[in-house]
Design a protein around this ligand. Structure first.
Ligand code: SF4
Ligand code: SF4
Ligand code: SF4
Length: 314
């Protein structure tokens, strides 16, 4: 009997679904064992009856629910709760589902300020929608992660999550296991650059600064980005963005880690730990520009974010 899968996106860009498709050949091996009973991206299954004639959301029963995107409005919350009711195991797919992700950056401001800046003041030719229109789902007070609303059994972080980990998590379930998780290692643990445990000291530069490296030489000859004085969130970010191949994706591209894989473990305090890491190589953590925003932007909304009194800056 194939395992029934219910998949949907909430506050999502659909990049996580592209990662499912990017699994490639291993997906062909998995498919005979899976039956997608609902997947907005691929399967024509409607929420309110195939003819739209139902008043209550109807989702099929499933063994596994895979959910991408965080919770930004009442409709997302309702669908997530329905998916939780219908599935035995729920997987949070991607950093938006796991931590709130990039959209949770909006939690730095009050909803009303976001509406004003992004909708009412936005220079478009169309009049802005009225957020109080009853046809538009009401925003939740903040943009949150799935486990702020329902129990999550498995988290596959990443923006987007690497296909290797989607295969591993699904394979674990198919083998009868009830959970799966990545090892608790940092991006630095998988980074091959040269580390001397000291920098030139002084202020921490933004990642807009050019790094020093010889493009003819491998990463194992490049100096650690933090030790070059430029902010890299590798010390406080969970490893795994490159899948099983190891070397972190941004470091491969010779740019700093921005923390998209989230914190190394639940309950971590990445801001505090990152400040300690900068100090340990002789940099002044107080000089990180807008450190609250930088640290919170990609490393989870889990209780780290509170609305700022500042007006949004375009
Ligand atoms: S985690 Fe990244 S790829 Fe997935 S929905 Fe969020 S922004 Fe898109
Ligand atoms: S701080 Fe960045 S560049 Fe340095 S070891 Fe960690 S991930 Fe690599
Ligand atoms: S290096 Fe950091 S920001 Fe870049 S993909 Fe990996 S975890 Fe994400």
């Amino acid at each position: 009997m194939p395992v029934k899968v219910l998949e949907d996106w909430l506050n999502s860009c659909s990049g996580c679904e592209i990662s499912i498709l990017n699994i490639g050949d291993p997906l062909l091996d998995l498919l005979p064992q899976l039956e997608f009973v609902h997947m907005t991206a691929l399967v024509d299954h409607k929420f309110y009856g195939q003819l739209g004639d139902k008043t209550d959301m109807e989702l099929p029963e499933a063994d596994v629910a895979i959910v991408s995107g965080g919770v930004r409005n009442a409709e997302h919350k309702h669908e997530l709760e329905e998916m939780r009711k219908k599935a035995k195991v729920l997987i949070a797919l991607g950093s938006c589902a796991a931590y709130g992700g990039i959209p949770a950056h909006a939690n730095m401001w009050k909803n009303e300020e976001v509406f004003e800046e992004v909708y009412r003041q936005s220079p478009t030719t169309e009049p802005s929608a009225d957020p109080n229109d009853p046809n538009i789902p009401a925003w939740t007070p903040t943009c949150g992660a799935l486990d702020e609303v329902v129990k999550v059994d498995i988290t596959i972080p990443g923006c987007p999550p690497h296909p290797d980990w989607i295969v591993e998590a699904l394979s674990a379930l198919l083998e009868g296991k009830s959970s799966w998780k990545l090892p608790e290692r940092s991006v630095c643990d998988t980074c091959p650059v040269v580390r001397e445990k000291k920098s030139g000291g002084g202020a921490v530069k933004r990642c807009l600064e050019n790094l020093e490296f010889n493009p003819e030489e491998g990463l194992d000859k490049m100096r650690c980005i933090n030790e070059q004085g430029v902010l890299c969130l590798g010390p406080v970010t969970l490893a795994g963005c490159a899948g099983k191949s190891g070397v972190p994706r941004c470091i491969q591209a010779r740019t700093p880690c921005r923390g998209c894989f989230g914190p190394i473990r639940k309950g971590a305090r990445p801001m505090v730990d990152m400040m300690g890491s900068l100090s340990s190589v002789g940099l002044d953590p107080k000089t990180v520009v807008d450190r609250r925003a930088i640290m919170n932007r990609y490393i989870g909304a889990h209780g780290f974010l509170t609305a700022l009194p500042a007006k949004p800056v375009r």
